[in-house]
Design a protein around this ligand. Structure first.
Ligand code: ARG
Length: 458
């Protein structure tokens, strides 16, 4: 029997139930629904709506139902439309007439909004844990690689030598912002919707602030319409995870490129790569590729759910049930991605000899030569022109840049020292730059952020 059977003549149509049910995917909210329901019952008792004996029976029953879920003994019935109706049905089976009081002063509209917030809060905490693992992997590798360097790229063209640690930490900073964004989402969503009822509150003396405290929310809602129709926290989480996905896709792309034979900067560990079913020699960066590829669905979930929300009238509409599948999928995919990516990063072999040969090409010091002239007082644009012309001549005439530099009066022998292998990253001195002099400070700054993030997850 449905919860609303009293209003209807005859039973619901099978196809209607099959189309509108959410039990196929919302069972994962069970323990959060139980937690919300226990707080609700405590609130009813606190407000004198339920006598203590009855609230105690309801709480014990809800705890028992929670235990049935934990031990996988809870039996779903075909008529269970969603996890909330299933739990109320079971509570009433166990506690009889008192069980039928659990939904006093409550609607599924405030109930589901609460359960989903509790679930999302817990999932975000877990995701932050996984993200901190990736931060730690990047940091540890950055420390380990010391002063090794590689070409830095713009437009995927070799630009200037930079420290490998600098390249690794660039991804680390992006992930640190992802954590900060998730933390900000947690803070904004820290509002308890219970007590909003279907949309307008209740004639019963409910105490939403009491219930909010029971569930460890920072505050109760201020507007019941907003409380039941607000899914900003879902949209924000989807955005946070989509952007995190974008960051992982860029890191993934880099690992794909750097582990190609053409680059040969990274070597993949056997345990963290796959083989080919046909070509015996292959070793493939599938984790990195999926980190790149799965970002498509994360962006899709955000775009899709924003479309669901767009133009929805206040307050609850069944459309809102569409919040769950994209959210669950985005969380599941991210949860699975993070340890795989940490493992991939930790297991990469850095072929620093290959990186350094690539970074030691003559033209990689072009900017250093220009800045050598700037240090002598030449305007930068002019210096750029002088060096640009030398590079062009070197390519056109097939002569080494060194040779042309020595012959150039404003450069000459003293400028040859700029070509000394590995010296470019030694010379780089501006704060936050990719040279040897700055990396200690950056590592220190990053470690402070990392430690703060690690402390959060304790
Ligand atoms: N399963 C529904 C959801 O997830 C529960 C709310 C249904 N409320 C209603 N008034 N029909 O949104």
């Amino acid at each position: 029997m449905t919860l609303w059977a009293g209003r209807m003549v005859g039973g619901p149509a099978d196809a209607m139930m099959r189309y509108t049910e959410s039990i196929g995917y919302d069972a994962r909210l069970a323990l959060f629904d139980v937690e919300g329901s226990i707080a609700h019952v405590r609130g009813l008792s606190h407000s004198g709506i339920l006598p203590t004996g009855e609230s105690e029976l309801l709480i014990a029953t809800l705890a028992q139902v929670g235990e049935e879920f934990r031990s996988h003994r809870f039996v779903l019935l075909p008529e269970d439309e969603d996890i909330h109706t299933a739990i109320e049905r079971r509570v009433t089976e166990i506690a009889g007439e008192v069980g039928a009081k659990v939904h006093t002063g409550r609607s599924r509209n405030d109930q589901v909004a609460t359960a989903l917030r509790l679930y999302t809060r817990s999932a975000i905490h877990e995701l932050i844990g996984g993200l901190v693992g990736v931060e730690r992997a990047l940091y540890d590798r950055a420390v380990e690689v010391g002063a090794h360097y590689l070409p830095g790229y713009t437009h995927l063209q070799r630009a200037q030598p930079i420290l490998l640690a600098h390249q690794l930490l660039a991804h680390g900073w992006a992930l640190a912002r992802d954590i900060d964004r998730l933390v900000a989402t947690l803070e904004r969503m820290d509002v308890c919707p219970l007590g909003a009822g279907a949309l307008g509150g209740s004639s019963l003396p409910l105490d939403p602030a009491f219930v909010a405290r029971e569930l460890h929310f920072a505050r109760a809602f201020s507007n019941s319409l907003d409380a039941v129709s607000d899914r900003d926290f879902v949209a924000e989480t989807l955005f946070d995870l989509a952007l995190l996905g974008v960051h992982l896709s860029r890191l993934g792309e880099e690992i794909v490129i750097f582990s190609s034979e053409e680059f040969g900067f990274y070597r993949l560990d056997d345990a963290w790569s796959t083989g080919s079913s046909m070509l015996p020699q292959k070793k493939n960066p599938d984790i990195a590729e999926l980190a790149r590829g799965k970002t498509g669905r994360l962006i899709g979930h955000l775009a899709g759910f924003l479309s669901t929300l767009k133009s929805l009238p206040l307050a609850y509409n069944r459309d809102l049930q569409e919040d769950k599948e994209p959210l669950f999928d985005a969380i599941d995919e991210t949860r699975r991605a993070l340890p795989a990516i940490s493992g991939l990063i930790r297991s990469l072999t850095f072929q620093t000899d290959r990186m350094e040969i690539a970074a030691d090409g003559e033209t990689m010091v072009a900017i250093d030569l220009a800045e050598f002239l700037v240090a002598q007082g030449m305007p930068f644009r002019q210096a750029h022109g002088v060096i640009g012309a030398l590079v062009r001549r070197s390519l056109d005439e097939g002569r080494s840049l060194r040779e042309l530099v020595v012959a150039e009066p404003s450069l000459g022998e003293p400028a040859l020292s700029l070509f000394i292998e590995g010296s470019s990253v030694q010379r780089r001195r501006s704060a936050g730059g990719g040279g040897v002099g700055q990396i200690e400070a950056q590592l220190e700054d990053y470690l402070a952020v990392l430690k703060e993030h690690e402390a959060r997850i304790q």
